[in-house]
Design a protein around this ligand. Structure first.
Ligand SMILES: *Cc1c(COP(=O)(O)O)cnc(C)c1O
Length: 384
């Protein structure tokens, strides 16, 4: 398939790799599975990814907002969906109508949601979020807040119009080797909260806490379902060790090749200076496509002949790479920015960030091409 004949830069989404990862992670967890598809499934395309996960038996999906949940419903995804973030109480009717589960992170919100649901004569399904140490959302339960937190959760669950189906917490350092003691502390506190709530007659069908880091490193924390995001996409903590495969391959082509004399300055800011006869290729990808400018003069892209170092500053729409040592690379050749031959993890490490940021940054301008068994099965709407 001559994909590069059609377009400048694209992202191949390997649905077989996604299915493989899902199967490996489910086997590893030995429990039910919630697939995190927030932020357009980490840039992979929420509806496409959700469809595969649902077919493979994910019992739940999660997104960050009502808008993201609606996109899934409009795409025909009919299974349970959990919203991690805040939804204004004025939207409770929309949540109930679309059958979407809302996170409740404090008693004041539980009261507002309850009142809104009761006024509509409906029932809102909720999951209680417990803050065991992330210090973001969730009922406070650490230290002196413990007893008050337990009582607030009990009162919240007893409110009319709310169906408290689940309870969860989120780890802040489960991906880091030095985070083991803190993660175990968070888990122990979560277990204690669940135990005390049960003693008060407050029980939950779905208790969950395991993000990607915990799925990779702490299988004993799986509880009723695991909740991985980035590892589903085949990168991130433990992805290589678990035998996962990268789902996204960000690709472009060589659009132009020129040969410069020694003493030539390449690109904005004159940050690369040739010291020899230098063969430079121009790639039609830039920071507006999601190629971080911070990778200028630091990273390489991968050609069929080998790695081509980025020279000079990455521009908005174009990037220059050196092809002096790759004389066989010609105009029209395909180039991988990250994916199977160079992991997003490698580029993330160069930038001092996490692979989540790289895959999410692949912009709207980059068409997604969905592949199964090596064949294109679908493509994103921006692609004619
Ligand atoms: C994003 C998120 C996840 C998934 O995190 P990964 O590191 O991608 O596995 C899980 N739970 C919550 C609450 C999240 O916000």
């Amino acid at each position: 398939m001559e994909m590069h004949a059609l377009r400048r830069t694209w992202a191949e989404i390997d649905l077989d790799a996604l299915a493989h990862n899902c199967a490996v992670l489910r086997r590893q967890a030995g429990t039910d599975f919630l697939g995190v598809v927030k932020a357009d499934a980490y840039g992979h395309g929420a509806v496409h990814v959700a469809r595969v996960l649902q077919e493979l038996g994910a019992v739940y999906l999660a997104v960050s907002s009502l808008d993201e949940a609606r996109e899934l419903r409009q795409g025909g995804i009919d299974g349970p969906i959990l919203v991690f973030g805040h939804t204004p109480p004025s939207m409770v009717g929309d949540l109930i109508e679309a059958g979407i589960t809302q996170t409740v992170s404090a008693e004041a919100k539980a009261v507002e949601y309850s009142q809104a649901a009761a006024a509509l004569g409906g029932t809102l399904r909720v999951h209680i979020k417990v803050d065991t140490g992330m210090s973001r959302l969730g009922f406070l339960v650490r230290g002196r807040h413990y007893a008050g937190g337990i009582e607030a959760i009990c009162r919240s669950c007893a409110l009319p119009g709310l169906d408290a189906e689940g309870i969860y917490t989120h780890f802040s350092v489960s991906d880091l080797p030095e985070g083991e003691a803190y993660t175990r502390e968070q888990f122990a506190l979560f277990q204690q909260v669940i135990g005390d709530l049960a003693a008060h007659g407050c029980t939950f069908a779905l208790r969950h806490c395991a993000n990607s880091g915990a799925v990779a490193h702490y299988p004993e924390m799986a509880l009723d379902m695991v909740r991985p995001g980035i590892v589903l996409y085949g990168v991130g903590p433990g992805a290589v060790e678990m035998g996962l495969r990268p789902v996204m391959r960000l690709k472009t082509t060589v659009s132009t090749i020129k040969i410069y004399d020694p003493g030539t300055d390449i690109g904005y800011g004159r940050t690369f200076h040739t010291t020899q006869r230098t063969r430079i290729g121009v790639l039609p990808i830039g920071y507006a496509d999601g190629l971080f400018r911070g990778l200028s003069n630091r990273a390489s892209v991968v050609t069929d002949q080998g790695r081509a170092p980025i020279r000079g500053r990455i521009c908005m729409d174009m990037t220059m790479v050196e092809l002096t040592d790759l004389p066989a690379v010609k105009v029209g050749d395909e180039v991988e920015v990250f994916g199977a031959r160079q992991s997003a993890d490698e580029l993330a490490a160069l930038l001092g960030t996490i692979p989540h940021e790289l895959v999410c940054a692949v912009s709207m301008r980059v068409p997604r091409v969905y592949l199964s068994q090596g064949r294109e099965v679908d493509r994103s709407l921006r692609l004619l």
